[in-house]
Design a protein around this ligand. Structure first.
Ligand code: SER
Length: 438
């Protein structure tokens, strides 16, 4: 296997599945179209749910995409580990009532072991508990050593994300080597340690979940596969985590150049460098897809992301607006695959700089007030910041509650969210009444 850039890997994957009769579609926007169940697209299949259920007809029954995805449940972990990120790209090949397991599995193997030349003995498939059909294909059709096929339960090998198409799956793990392992003689995929990294998920989408845990068999059997492009790039570039992947590392280096810090030299600075890097990428893609910072819904996610990045810039000692620079670097790395970034570059940079400047005007005052509140709480032996103070930081200084919570937690303090929520509700009510009286 040879070192391959992230941009080349994307192209190799899409071209491979085109050669297997798939139509290559551009990524769908991050903002879901006619789907109120999701704030942001979080997987390759999410924009195609209606093709799976048969409600809409796809342009072809074999599709391949590289989908922009954002997942924010772990937003506050981003930066603190090198594993978490909000933005990622998901490669996928999809069959809508066309081929099923007996083609999806061998193609996945062919792509990894022939196109990318990953050594076979470093790959371990997993199957859902008693999916004998998948087992047969892996062992008898593909020829994988049965000792390398692992059976896992519903938590690992049944894929679903809220409501919609779902089903059992067969994953492919890459063995990163014993130096990442726990040392247990039974260490294999499914173990909690870092040795085996899941890279590809082949979902056999045959059910629809109505969102309340009721499953109905879909009229057609489908294939939904997903492979995180950044994870695949980690494997192909021999690096530990996505922040070391070529295109992302460029943004890291840019943050270092702006701040005068060295990545890898100080754990706290590394957190801030990773936050800015990840958030620059997410913010740029969200804005390109029409999200603007606001106090609600996905606009609020964007605001939180930008403001969190700004605050980490302060922690690095950057004393001027800088996100325009990091976003420009990130656009340069991704515009080949996403021409909308270049087309909308001026607009993206304008939205970023307006939001950054807006926050910049109050962030220093807000941070100093918050720091006084934290010191006061600590010297009073209290473990909580009052809801009134959290509300004031939000309302007057533009601090999203999550940011205040995160900063308080750094000093092991909680915030009174109940009172904050009550104050927010009262404020919204007042705004509604004021509008009604116009
Ligand atoms: N939907 C599955 C996933 O997101 C495979 O694409 O992992």
């Amino acid at each position: 296997m040879q070192w391959t850039s992230l941009n080349d890997l994307r192209e190799k994957y899409l071209a491979f599945f085109e050669s297997k009769g798939h139509i290559r579609l551009p990524s769908y926007p991050l903002v879901p179209i006619n789907d109120k169940s999701l704030l942001l697209i979080n997987s390759g299949m999410a924009p195609m749910k209606k093709f799976f259920t048969g409600e809409e007809i796809p342009p072809r029954n074999r599709v391949t995409t590289c989908q922009k995805c954002i997942r924010t449940p772990d937003l506050e972990r981003v930066g603190h580990t090198a594993r978490h990120g909000t933005f990622f790209e998901m490669l996928g090949n999809f069959s809508f009532g066309d081929y099923f397991k007996d083609q999806a599995i061998p193609w996945a193997w062919e792509f990894l072991t022939e196109t990318l030349e990953i050594p076979k003995d470093l790959l371990w498939p997993s199957i859902y508990e008693n999916d004998e059909e998948a087992y047969e294909i892996w062992v008898n059709k593909v020829g994988v050593d049965p000792a390398h096929v692992v059976r896992l339960g519903k938590a690992d090998n049944f894929w679903e994300h809220g409501s919609g198409p779902c089903g059992p799956c067969s994953e492919i793990y890459f063995d990163r080597g014993i130096k990442y392992g726990c040392g247990s003689p039974d260490c294999k995929p499914g173990c909690d340690c870092d040795r085996f990294m899941e890279i590809w998920n082949n979902v056999f989408s045959q059910f629809n979940n109505d969102g309340n845990g009721n499953y109905t068999e879909l009229a057609q059997k489908n294939i939904d596969t997903g492979m995180g492009l950044e994870r695949l790039a980690c494997v192909m570039q021999g690096v530990d985590n996505m922040f070391e992947v070529d295109t992302i590392r460029k943004v890291i280096d840019n943050v270092c150049a702006i701040s005068g810090k060295t990545y890898g030299a100080n754990a706290n600075n590394d957190i801030s460098i990773r936050v800015i890097t990840d958030h620059s990428r997410s913010a740029m893609f969200m804005i390109a897809d029409g999200v603007i910072p606001s106090n609600e819904g996905r606009g609020y996610v964007l605001r939180r992301i930008i403001r969190r990045a700004c605050r980490h810039g302060k922690l690095l000692g950057i004393d001027h607006p800088f996100l325009v620079e990091t976003v420009t670097t990130s656009i340069g790395e991704s515009k080949g695959a996403y021409p909308e970034l270049e087309e909308k570059k001026d607009y993206i940079l304008k939205v970023i700089s307006m939001e950054e400047e807006r926050f910049d005007a109050t962030v220093d005052a807000g941070l100093s007030i918050l720091s006084d509140l934290i010191n006061a709480a600590l010297s009073d032996h209290s473990d909580v910041i009052s809801g009134e103070d959290v509300f004031k930081l939000y309302d007057t200084y533009g601090f999203p509650i999550d940011l205040t919570r995160e900063i308080a937690e750094e000093s092991h303090l909680k915030i009174d969210e109940e009172t904050f929520n009550a104050l927010m509700k009262a404020q919204k009510q007042r705004a509604r009444e004021a509008r009604a009286n116009i």
